[in-house]
Design a protein around this ligand. Structure first.
Ligand code: PLI
Length: 467
């Protein structure tokens, strides 16, 4: 498409925020104080923050202008109707319920559809979706396609395994499965996209069994861009048309607009089922607010509506996906194995392969995450045994994480190519002495989502095992 390393940023910078790199000595002290959990480090002590792409993006001048249009009326605000029109147009759903972020949408949705002991299959649950399912007594089932666990350079590794889904439905019975979810893009499986064909097949299977089919659509526009790039028949369609077709196969969707809504806060539920809407709204009013503001100010709703329109811009998506691809290539050159092909919002380093001398119960992913901060003030997040291992809070069974990954999530429109090159340089320095890295142990942990708050400590010499 072009001869550059990746499409240059299709925007110029109008407002800047200073960042600083603390001394190595300060970083060591901060790590100790944070108990080796990077969630507990203050943002001002981070140089490059790749913890998440959620709510961390830069808004456009149009979004800042939209803030001024915000209508702060308690009920029936203009902001809501502008937002509703935008989401209806993209999703084709009748009812649009605003929620201040994705996990609230999950909370009110699962509280309204789940009974204890029900199953919720998904291509791969994101951690809050899993926790919300479990919190209501449900059992979260991941059914990623077999290619997801390989390093094959093929598109659409975010797909659900339709055959396994079918046999799962036949085994457990449709009455035990109130909803099947599809996460687009598949965040926990490497930000990999899902194909339209897979969406269509899953939808047909759910219809056949009378089971609801919903999207967890936090990154739907990035997914639509991958479909345009790689799935035959979509090259001449606009991103909006592709998104509309994706949503046409689902009964509804839950969205965290902190990703492809290009907003710092926001989310929604879109659906056609009026009975379910009523149930959701009853709970929403108790925990979020009136259904025309759902826990948000009018200005936030307007900024989200503007972001949802902007994200459909193909030039923006080409830059976004191109930037991630470039980032992946320089990290690989720096010596760290990554999940390939690169997905839409992050690079996932395979820490299990990078640090094979650290066994999974000594958290190789967390070891690399800690080292990235120590080396260069870079904040990443572990997606491995710390996030997904431990004991199932519902069944008490021991859970094994599928892989030991470290995610470097790239906030939207925030960091330039040279910031990303700096991160790759840090990895190159770590690679030179990676055999000296050690594992960690947990000192204290919570039952749900333990990675957010766990206290950790480096292992003592006598505690070190070899992987
Ligand atoms: O952070 P929330 O509550 O607005 O959204 C939760 C959520 C739901 N689904 C998916 C696919 C997500 O990626 C997600 C949040 N993701 C975060 C915070 C992330 O760092 O990836």
């Amino acid at each position: 498409m072009h001869d550059y390393r990746h499409p240059a940023e299709p925007f110029r910078i109008k407002s800047v925020e200073s960042i600083r790199l603390l001394s190595r000595q300060e970083r060591l002290r901060i790590l100790q104080e944070a108990r080796y959990n990077v969630f507990k480090i203050k943002a001002e002590d981070i140089y490059i923050d790749l913890l998440t792409d959620s709510g961390t993006g830069a808004m456009s001048n149009e979004q800042w202008a939209a803030l001024m249009r915000g209508d702060e009326s308690y009920a029936g605000a203009r902001s809501f109707y502008r937002f509703e029109k935008t989401v209806r147009e993209i999703t084709g759903k009748k009812f649009i319920i605003p929620c201040h972020q994705g996990r609230v949408a999950e909370n009110v949705f699962f509280s309204s559809v789940l009974k204890a002991g029900d199953y919720v299959p998904n291509n791969t649950h994101f951690d809050t979706t899993r926790a919300n399912t479990q919190h209501k007594g449900g059992i979260a089932i991941d059914l990623p396609c077999p290619e997801a666990a390989t390093n094959e350079q093929i598109p659409f590794k975010g797909n659900i395994d339709v055959e396994r889904l079918e046999s799962f439905i036949e085994k457990k019975g449709a009455d035990k499965i109130p909803v099947v979810f599809m996460t687009v893009t598949n965040n926990s499986s490497g930000g990999q996209p899902v194909s339209m064909a897979n969406i269509r097949e899953t939808s047909a299977l759910c219809k056949k069994h009378g089971i609801r089919f919903y999207f967890d659509c936090a990154r739907f526009a990035e997914n639509a861009y991958f479909i345009k790039q790689s799935e035959p028949g979509y090259q001449d369609k606009s991103i909006k048309e592709i998104a509309q077709e994706m949503f046409s196969y689902a009964d509804g969707a839950l969205m965290s607009a902190k990703k492809d809504g290009l907003a710092n806060i926001g989310g929604f539920i879109a659906l056609n089922d009026d009975g379910l809407r009523q149930k959701i709204i009853e709970l929403l009013i108790i925990i979020e607010g009136f259904p025309t503001y759902g826990g948000m100010s009018g200005r936030d709703i307007d900024a989200m509506a503007a972001g949802l329109q902007e994200v459909l811009n193909e030039e923006y998506l080409a830059y976004r996906v191109g930037q991630i691809e470039y980032f992946g290539s320089i990290i690989e050159q720096a010596g760290a194995p990554i999940i390939k092909p690169t997905g839409g919002h992050a690079i996932f380093i395979d820490a299990g392969h990078y640090l094979p001398h650290i066994p999974v119960d000594q958290f190789p992913g967390q070891s690399l995450t800690v080292e990235l901060y120590r080396e260069g003030g870079v904040r990443a997040v572990e997606i491995g045994s710390l996030m997904f291992g431990g004991l199932d809070p519902v069944t008490g069974e021991k859970i094994t994480a599928p892989r030991e990954l470290v995610r470097l999530a790239v906030p939207r429109r925030v960091y330039t190519g040279s910031h990303l090159e700096y991160v790759a340089d840090c990895i190159a320095r770590i690679t030179k002495r990676k055999n000296d890295l050690r594992g960690l142990k947990i000192i204290r942990q919570a039952a749900f989502l333990r990675h957010f708050t766990a206290d950790m400590a480096p292992l003592k010499e006598e505690e070190i095992k070899v992987g």
